[in-house]
Design a protein around this ligand. Structure first.
Ligand SMILES: NC(=O)c1ccc[n+]([C@@H]2O[C@H](COP(=O)([O-])OP(=O)(O)OC[C@H]3O[C@@H](n4cnc5c(N)ncnc54)[C@H](OP(=O)(O)O)[C@@H]3O)[C@@H](O)[C@H]2O)c1
Length: 341
């Protein structure tokens, strides 16, 4: 396997998971600024476990050494490498946003001109629990964004059961690694520490992705109001969704909707009535924890999900998808509980 962008937060999380995966051998890892250096010199915790030399991206070399490539590059950088690898017959799991939106016009509106639009139709959106069968047969998987993973997993059962009316409000809080290993001033310690702020309210690039997937699930156009926030922690996303239901359901019947929908899903944890998830209970794990409560006084359902943005929201879900693509047990390399505390 190859990992492009192995020095980024999503890329190094892929290495952390793949080195303990019993069926995987990592053959190539890439970086732009650290090419020629050992990855364990950049991340000493990998010493003895992954001491490969980081390389620049050379498509022919990658294709000759690997069967599948994980691309953990920035959006708009990823698409050219992915297209070149696909031309050489490789399987690719792309963690960027480049292949998540099926319509090139939507991509143009939210990102820019797509340089490989011919691949958009064949790319399978990699939200494992929702698109398991298609992912198993895919050659190109567009791994979901971190916010869309938490939001869509929390809302999917309600849309499948056609229980939702009105606009869903999604109020999500993310740790700082969601923005990558950046040197931006906004993400420096003194800006983030002891601070809690909203950003890109109603205009965040994950909105079209959430709407595309919920519309597909609901079989009708769905719009959402999305308010993301940055919180002073490294990992984790807590998403709180406010939903108007067509019919009033008691807690037990709601729990049954969720439990039936996610029956047998190894990484989805439906919490008991009255319990709500916290980011610490998923940190370092591939779990998505879901809790909810209906408030009859205001006739609204509140659904709350917690994921680790770097695991279920990125590298863990990518490995879950790889397992499906090779017909391996879905949990291979991904078992392990969250870090406590
Ligand atoms: N962070 C998350 O929670 C998360 C969740 C879901 C999806 N994603 C997506 O996953 C991708 C990676 O995210 P990240 O957070 O890991 O970002 P990151 O920390 O900024 O890492 C980006 C990686 O790409 C490499 N890179 C950057 N520009 C490049 C170029 N022009 N040519 C070749 N390599 C280049 C970097 O290499 P060097 O710095 O070593 O040169 C680094 O390894 C992004 O598309 C992101 O949207 C991230």
């Amino acid at each position: 396997m190859a990992v492009l962008g192995a020095t980024g937060y999503a890329g190094v999380e892929l290495l952390r998971i793949l080195i303990r995966h019993p069926r995987v051998r990592i053959t190539t890892i890439t970086s732009q600024q650290y090419a020629g250096k050992r990855v364990s010199d950049i991340y000493p915790s990998l010493t003895g476990q992954c001491d490969l030399i980081l390389e620049a991206i050379r498509i022919d070399q990658i294709a000759s050494r690997s069967d599948l490539t994980f691309a953990a590059l920035p959006h708009e950088t990823s698409m050219e490498a992915v297209a070149a690898l696909m031309e050489r017959g490789m399987r690719v799991i792309d963690l960027s946003a480049d292949f998540r939106l099926h319509d090139p016009k939507t991509y143009l509106r939210w990102y820019g001109v797509h340089k490989a639009p011919h691949l958009l139709r064949d790319a399978v959106y990699g939200l494992t629990e929702i698109r398991r069968k298609e992912i198993g047969k895919a050659r190109l998987v567009a791994n979901p964004g971190c916010y869309p993973t938490g939001a869509v997993l929390g809302l999917a059962p309600l849309f499948v059961e056609k229980m939702v009316q009105g606009t869903v409000l999604i109020d999500a809080k993310s740790g700082v690694t969601g923005a990558g290993r950046s040197s931006a001033v906004d993400l420096s310690f003194s800006e983030v520490n002891e601070n809690f702020k909203a950003y890109n309210v109603g205009v965040h690039r994950h909105i079209p992705e959430i709407e595309q997937e919920l519309s597909r699930i609901a079989k009708r156009p769905v719009l959402v109001l999305f308010a993301p926030h940055l919180v002073p922690m490294n990992r984790g996303i807590l998403s709180t969704m406010y939903v108007e239901l067509k019919k009033i359901l008691d807690g037990e019947r709601l729990a049954k909707v969720y439990k039936d929908f996610y029956r047998g899903d190894p990484f989805i944890r439906i919490l008991p009535a009255g319990s709500f998830p916290q980011t610490k209970e998923v940190r370092g794990s591939n779990d998505c924890a879901i809790g909810f409560r209906y408030d009859p006084r205001v006739k609204r359902l509140v659904v709350i999900t917690a994921i680790d943005n770097l695991v279920k929201g990125a590298a863990g879900q990518a490995v879950q998808n790889m397992n499906l693509m090779y017909g391996w047990p879905e949990t291979e390399g991904l078992r392990g509980t969250a870090l406590i505390p």
